[in-house]
Design a protein. Structure first.
Length: 189
């Protein structure tokens, strides 16, 4: 965003066409609607009952979209106080009770007690260059369910390093953004 507050809409599910209030914060860059629509078409068969982690949540649009489409619960990690407050306000206004907002930075969150998630949205602020660090940490210590899905969003021409057991499932681009969906592979026995 460019410093001005705004709104984005949820594009599918029970909350379809609901608007999310977006604070005007430097570096806050909601996932483009076209890319969100493509992503959730890819994820449609995997969402029912999924446990979701929206790491570097920002607006929370990805996690809220997942809840709207049948995910069982979502944990939103957002360190910026005004963005976390806006996210809590949006969840309350939409009467979404299956969302938990944790106001801490992503690296701090991943140093905590691990719990397995079925779907992780990894979309850190582009200026921080945290993709590979966060991906490596997610790949350790029980953060991912056995066949978890991981969506990674980065600048259009950047394909960050990910753990060797993440298999690229699909990728797409919208404007200056690349979205890639990976699946964690089961270890060979």
């Amino acid at each position: 965003m460019n410093g001005r507050p705004g709104r984005i809409r949820i594009i599918g599910g029970s909350l379809r066409n609901s608007r999310l209030e977006v604070p005007g914060l430097p570096g806050l860059r909601p996932t483009p609607e076209r890319l969100r629509e493509t992503l959730f078409n890819w994820l449609a068969p995997m969402l029912a009952g999924a446990r979701v982690l929206d790491l570097c949540a920002g607006t929370g649009a990805l996690g809220i979209e997942a809840l709207s489409r049948g995910a069982a619960g979502a944990c939103f990690v957002e360190p910026e106080a005004s963005a976390a407050r806006a996210l809590r306000d949006n969840l309350a206004r939409l009467k979404v009770t299956a969302g938990e907002v944790v106001a801490v930075d992503a690296q701090g969150f991943l140093r905590g007690a691990a719990r397995p998630f079925d779907l992780v949205f990894l979309d850190p602020p582009f200026a921080l260059d945290l993709w590979s660090v966060l991906a490596a940490r997610l790949g350790q210590a029980g953060w991912l369910a056995a066949r978890a899905w991981i969506y990674l969003e980065s600048p259009r021409e950047l394909a960050p390093a990910v753990p060797a057991n993440w298999s690229l499932h699909r990728e797409g681009r919208a404007g200056e953004v690349r979205g890639a969906l990976y699946q964690r592979a089961l270890p060979l026995s």
